[in-house]
Design a protein around this ligand. Structure first.
Ligand code: NAD
Length: 456
């Protein structure tokens, strides 16, 4: 198959079907490659991965530009994404050294080793919004642990992921790392294949459920899910309101609101509501849609016509729009799916308002008031999601009390909900996922434990 990151003359939406792979043959190649790869040692795997890292570094500008052209992510963010990909390699190697090392228990009567063995063929399915970075974190963990990997990227970012896969795969023996182009049908066929032992999926809750269902009857499969969020910024009365508003605006607008950890709800203490609204109304419009290839642009287009239609439907919801959203056709003479940030105020007696509970994946902030810390917690926890939450308060004790009660995998004090540095674990609770594929320590999931005991 040939592709050229510079040539976007084809209709990208048509690519998945045109290029869809034969899932069975791809899995068979992976299973065959596993027989040798599983017996390589960690030193060799690290060497191969560092070689892959050099190949990625050599095309880093092309990768960033291709992500921007395909997905509309601003070039500054796409450049940062490729930087995360490169940095992840040494972080993953450090994780491998830490978590794959054999252990032994001195208390045991017989000599023993507790060790971690690879699972086999792994399938990694990625989303469009961080098309390389999120899949790459799982891919490198699986490879370092001795698994073979099939990467099925988002159909909306196939050129960028194809260029990444070409750089990666040349560093590994044939079949150890493969890319499988295609849409949901290819994803389903891959995860359901009986030779597949482990699945890591990042994407929507509905697709995550479909994948979990496809795997449920095969108990040899492990499934890690990184799903959506409805992340809240909790602003207490003692907060620095200006820096809270800055963090909320950024976390709502980065990647055009299309991050799993975007801020989409603001739960503000009623006594400072008016002051926070003034600041948000000043800061959100600074994110004006622009050409994503221009380094000055902070808000690129939304991913697709369907996503723009969902945005249009949301902003048509009757209510107290403090900043009405505007769909924009043309920016700087270029056509695209552009939108502006929007801010909706929902009365405190409407916690069931659909825009308060649904993941919108657009730069739309929904704000409501809270009466006290207890009320803030119960509203924050009133969705099935559990990914991230930010608490804005100057009081360390109040922050600790709230963090103890928030049902999310990642809690921040006076920081944006989108922070998630690669140096820490990351993952969600509830409908936001399991297995913590998004950060440090995921390599434990990519292996299974084996205990050896010997006669003295
Ligand atoms: P999506 O679910 O539409 O697609 C993600 C991937 O799954 C694509 O590769 C797609 O082809 C594939 N897919 C879709 N249906 C499938 C099925 N039934 N079986 C197998 N594969 C299938 O998601 P998206 O629109 O690309 O990404 C947005 C979603 O991803 C949001 O919900 C967002 O919150 C979530 N996300 C979560 C995290 C996280 O870390 N928790 C990170 C990024 C994105």
């Amino acid at each position: 198959m040939r592709y050229s990151p510079g040539d976007l003359s084809v209709e990208l939406q048509e690519l998945p079907d045109a290029l869809a792979v034969d899932a069975v043959a791809t899995v068979q190649r992976s299973a065959a490659a596993f027989e040798a790869w599983r017996f390589t040692n960690l030193v060799e795997r690290i060497e191969r991965l560092r070689e892959a890292g050099q190949a990625i570094t050599a095309i880093r500008e092309t990768l960033a530009r291709t992500i921007t052209i395909e997905t509309g992510k601003p070039i500054t963010e796409a450049t940062a994404e490729v930087g995360f990909v490169i940095a992840k390699i040494e972080l993953a190697i450090a994780d491998a050294r830490k978590h794959l090392a054999d252990q032994s228990e001195a208390e045991n009567a017989k000599p023993n080793v507790v060790r971690r063995r690879p699972r086999g063929v792994a399938v990694v399915i990625g989303p469009f919004n961080f098309p390389i970075h999120l899949a790459h974190g799982a891919i490198v963990a699986y490879l370092l642990a001795g698994n073979t990997v099939i990467f099925k990227p988002s159909p909306l970012a196939m050129l960028a992921c194809g260029a990444y896969a070409q750089a990666m795969s040349q560093a590994f023996p044939a079949g150890v790392f493969q890319i499988a182009f295609g849409g949901a049908a290819v994803g389903q066929a891959l995860v359901a294949d009986p030779w597949v032992r482990s699945v890591c999926f990042t994407g929507s809750v509905s697709a995550g459920r479909a994948i979990a269902r496809a795997c449920v009857d095969d108990l040899s499969k492990d499934v890690a899910l990184e799903l959506g969020g409805k992340n809240a910024a909790i602003v207490r009365a003692d907060a620095d309101l200006d820096s809270a508003a800055t963090a909320i605006a950024e976390a709502a607008c980065f990647t055009c609101g299309q991050r799993c950890n975007s801020t989409s709800r603001v739960l503000v203490d009623a006594t400072v509501e008016a002051e926070l609204i003034d600041r948000l109304r000043a800061k959100l419009p600074a994110f004006m849609p622009g050409d994503p290839l221009d380094p000055a642009t902070r808000l690129g287009p939304i991913i697709s016509a369907e996503a723009k239609q969902r945005y249009v439907n949301a902003i048509k919801t009757p209510g107290d729009w403090l900043l009405p959203g505007i769909p924009v056709e043309m920016v700087g003479g270029k056509r695209g799916h552009y939108v502006t940030p929007a801010l909706l105020r929902v009365p405190a007696d409407r916690p069931d308002h659909p825009l308060m509970t649904e993941e919108l994946f657009a730069p739309i902030v929904v704000l409501t008031t809270t009466a006290n810390d207890d009320d803030a917690v119960s509203r924050a926890n009133a969705t099935p999601f559990g990914l991230t939450a930010s608490v804005f308060t100057r009081d360390a004790d109040r922050f600790a009390w709230l963090a103890d009660r928030l049902n999310v995998g990642n809690v921040y004090q006076n920081l944006p909900t989108t922070l998630s540095p690669g140096t820490l674990p990351f993952g969600g609770w509830g409908d936001s996922g399991n297995g913590r594929p998004g950060g440090r320590g995921f390599i434990r999931f990519t292996t299974q434990e084996q205990v050896i005991q010997c006669a003295e």
